[in-house]
Design a protein around this ligand. Structure first.
Ligand code: ZN
Length: 165
């Protein structure tokens, strides 16, 4: 188990196009395991390889129902619309409102390099869109409506609340 350092906004690597994975190697398996460990440690619902400084088309997502590993993912169908708050481990302490499709179907490879399809609605669709954007150098801050808001903690209650910034 290894936690990798999460790159933050302003780091050029987050703006680069990731490359497809052509074969599964030990190095890539270790990367995937480290990405899962890092996502859970940082309490995120998803993580893309460029966020840990690797320009490979790999994302991991877990909205609470167990992990998905997606290699070379491509959105092949989307429908509907949802507008809600989004955050990113590479943009710590901030949230913003983003409109995404309410449903997506994604074609990708699994860890055994077999082609699979994953469907998601609501939060899963949002997480899949957000993470797949990272592979193209796109961040949610590019799509945010009405600016970013700061998430702060009330030290007395430890409850999260938001402030306009
Ligand atoms: Zn993100």
């Amino acid at each position: 188990m290894a936690i990798r350092q999460v790159r933050e906004i302003g780091d050029d690597i987050l703006r680069k196009q990731s490359k497809p994975v052509t074969k599964m190697t030990l190095r890539t398996r270790i990367l995937i395991n480290d990405m899962l460990d890092t996502m859970y440690e940082e309490e995120g619902v998803g993580l893309a390889a460029p966020q840990v400084g690797i320009l490979k088309q790999i994302v991991v997502v877990d909205i609470g129902d167990g992990p998905f590993v997606l290699i070379n993912p491509e959105i092949i169908e989307s429908s509907g619309e949802q507008t809600g708050d989004e955050g990113c481990l590479s943009v710590p302490g901030k949230v913003g409102t983003v409109t995404r499709p309410n449903y997506v179907r994604v074609r990708c490879l699994n860890e055994d390099m077999e082609e699979i399809e994953i469907e998601g609605e609501e939060l899963l669709a949002r997480a899949l869109c957000h993470e797949i954007d990272h592979l193209k150098g796109i961040m949610y801050v590019d799509k945010v409506e009405g600016g970013l808001r700061e998430v702060v903690y009330d030290e007395d209650t430890m409850e999260e609340y938001e402030e306009e910034v």
